[in-house]
Design a protein around this ligand. Structure first.
Ligand code: SF4
Ligand code: MG
Length: 332
């Protein structure tokens, strides 16, 4: 609720004035229990910063991050002390984009999966090997791989090891930051299906950070769209992708190539550069790129408003614009 995170940049060697980056600017959204919620936007919009703030790696300047802890009820983890943070950390796990960066190359697969169990003293020593075998089975890795090192595994297999390590803690919430974007397209669907199966088996909730909207459409129930540190639209993924309420959402959707048209790798971003987060445009941050901009848009920040049941948008004219999501045909 209302989470803000600012970074102050000093002037550097050229002695420029200090400036502030509002990486998160009054961000509010819900992640309902058992749901998969997508957090999307172009790079630099703040989605990874939000993930790291939830994980406690970054601390918010203001706002609340309420977590429904299975034992303690609703707790605010935005400014958790180290005891609460340690407790909650078991219940919230993160899966990163690059499995190579998150696995120690000198550890065998069995040791990698055992490590979180040992560090957090979750099990007596004798129970660790059978638990490791069980976790590997749950992520579809044969016990034959137990003694292998990460370099002897494929990218998809390495990501399964990362998922097994997260699962070892019996988490309630998994923050997945671009979990499949480093993988071959052929492996992406397998990995997404594994995550979906695990969600059902282990009653997991996902916050799924991604820039690939076709992946988000496949994987999530609800979507939160961010632009330059602000939430600009939230709602049911299917409804939003069919009929977006914010011109930025429409532009993102229209930049996704239509299946079977053109090269599958072709991606068109919304027209124009993403303005710098150091000095974002006044009023609606999107106004320099928005085809519907009016004079009020460059002076007044639009509030995030409820437009219809379960749907919010931060646009002065949300609900009044003739937006269409026509993949392959950029509106701007
Ligand atoms: Fe476009 Fe104005 Fe809406 Fe911003 S507030 S998205 S500039 S119409
Ligand atoms: Mg990122």
């Amino acid at each position: 609720r209302g989470v803000s995170k600012h970074f102050v940049l000093n002037g550097g060697v050229f002695g420029r004035a200090k400036s502030t980056v509002r990486a998160l600017d009054d961000v509010s959204f819900d992640v309902p229990h058992g749901a998969s919620v997508g957090l999307v936007g172009e790079s630099g919009c703040g989605k990874s910063t939000m993930g790291h703030t939830i994980m406690g790696g970054l601390s918010a300047n203001s706002g609340e991050i309420q977590f429904d802890d299975p034992e303690r009820g609703r707790v605010d983890i935005a400014y958790a002390d180290s005891e609460l943070r340690r407790h909650v950390r078991l219940n919230i796990q993160m899966v990163f984009q690059d499995p190579n960066a998150s696995l120690n190359p000198r550890m065998t697969l069995a040791d990698l999966v055992a490590e979180p169990l040992i560090i957090n003293k979750l099990l007596p020593k004798a129970e660790i090997p059978p638990r490791v075998a069980q976790l590997l089975e749950q992520v579809g890795l044969s016990p034959r791989y137990m003694d292998r090192y990460p370099h002897a595994l494929s990218g998809g297999q390495r990501q399964r090891v990362v998922i097994a390590r997260a699962l070892a803690m019996n988490p309630k919430l998994v923050v997945a930051d671009e979990p499949v974007s480093a993988l071959d397209v052929s492996i992406q669907a397998q990995t997404l299906n594994l995550l979906k199966d695990l969600q059902v088996e282990h009653n997991l909730t996902y916050l799924f950070i991604a820039h690939d909207l076709s992946v988000v459409n496949y994987f999530t129930d609800e979507t939160v769209v961010m632009y330059l540190g602000r939430v600009v639209e939230t709602g049911n993924t299917r409804t939003m992708f069919k009929a977006p309420l914010h011109p930025y959402t429409a532009a993102l959707l229209n930049s996704v190539p239509r299946l079977g048209h053109g090269k599958a790798t072709e991606k068109r971003a919304p027209k124009g550069e993403v303005p710098s987060a150091v000095n974002p445009p006044a009023g609606c941050h999107f106004h320099p790129r928005c085809p519907y901009a009016q004079p009020i848009c460059s002076t007044e920040v639009p509030p995030l408003r409820t437009i219809s049941a379960g749907r919010q948008a931060r646009c002065h004219f949300a609900g009044e614009l003739p937006l269409v999501a026509a993949p392959g045909q950029s509106a701007i």
